[in-house]
Design a protein around this ligand. Structure first.
Ligand code: 13P
Length: 283
């Protein structure tokens, strides 16, 4: 089917008490892996690309890969700009056909975050493209930026004001997750998540989920998370597949051979996380 937006997909997840996995894709094989996993699990799926990924190739390159994968699939698939870091990049993604856009003004002041998020909403909504924004800061290494130690959690009262003033469709919350590899076991403020859920009625998004125990993710979904972002673990899975072939046969020169092994590992990983999100059988 054609690419869909995340609007109805996340509303359905919210109504149904499950989440949709959002998987960062960095090459064609990862796109294929996410689509194959979604098909096999009868699950909706979101593919997403960060600014550094679209710089590596091009927005259009990833859009066309995702579009082809979606059209070959019988389940709904969306292509989302993850951590859009400027109004300009968000507009380029909109023009190139992305069906969901994140503008991340969380590094700016509260007022500036509202302003840039509102501008992106105003530009995207006439085309029916939903917008995600972030309030508070998810820590760790985000895309190619160091997050630093100052990572304030999302304040529920501020979240109400932020959602009202921006008109966004989904809200990424900071409750103790971090992008990248965790040093110890992450401690999440799930009570804060419940507080936010009580006062904000749009779908909530969990970032930095690689390395978060599955039981904790399930708990977050129960408390209102509707979109769960996984990136680092897909890199690890892909690399594991590639290196297993190259270690076993160092003379391999056909990229199709080792990339296929990377693709298989990513597919396995994504299928399991769809189960954790509760989206299996929802498409
Ligand atoms: P991880 O790399 O920690 O899975 O974070 C993914 C993410 O939140 C992308 O926006």
């Amino acid at each position: 089917m054609p690419l869909v937006t995340t609007k109805q997909m996340l509303r359905d997840a919210q109504d149904g008490g499950y989440a949709v996995g959002a998987f960062n894709v960095e090459n064609m094989e990862m796109v294929q892996a996410v689509a194959a996993a979604a098909e096999e699990q009868h699950s909706p799926a979101i593919m997403q690309t960060t600014p550094s990924t679209v710089k590596y190739a091009d927005l259009k390159f990833f859009y066309e890969n995702a579009r082809t994968a979606a059209e070959n699939a019988s389940v709904p698939i969306a292509i989302h700009l993850d951590h859009g870091n400027s109004f300009d990049l968000a507009m380029r993604a909109l023009r190139d056909g992305y069906t969901s856009i994140m503008i991340d003004g969380s590094h700016d002041s509260f007022e500036d975050n509202i302003e840039v998020s509102r501008s992106v909403v105003n530009a995207c909504h006439p085309s029916g493209v939903p917008v995600e924004a972030e309030l508070g800061k998810v820590g760790g290494k985000e895309d190619d930026l160091e997050g630093g130690d100052d990572n304030p959690y999302t304040d529920p009262a501020q979240a109400v004001e932020f959602v009202e003033k921006t008109g966004i469709d989904s809200l990424a919350v900071a409750i103790g997750t971090a992008h990248g590899i965790y040093k110890g076991e992450p401690k999440l403020d799930v009570d804060r998540l419940s507080e936010i859920r009580k006062v904000v009625d749009i779908p909530l998004v969990l970032h930095g989920t690689s390395g978060v125990p599955d039981a904790t993710v399930r708990e977050c979904v129960k408390r209102g998370i509707c979109k769960v972002n996984y990136a680092t673990d897909l890199r690890i899975a892909f690399t594991k597949g590639v290196t297993s072939v190259l270690n076993a046969n160092p003379d391999t020169i056909d990229p199709k051979k080792y990339n296929a092994a990377g693709r298989d590992e990513v597919k396995k990983y994504v299928m399991q996380k769809m189960d954790v999100c509760g989206s299996v059988g929802k498409a």
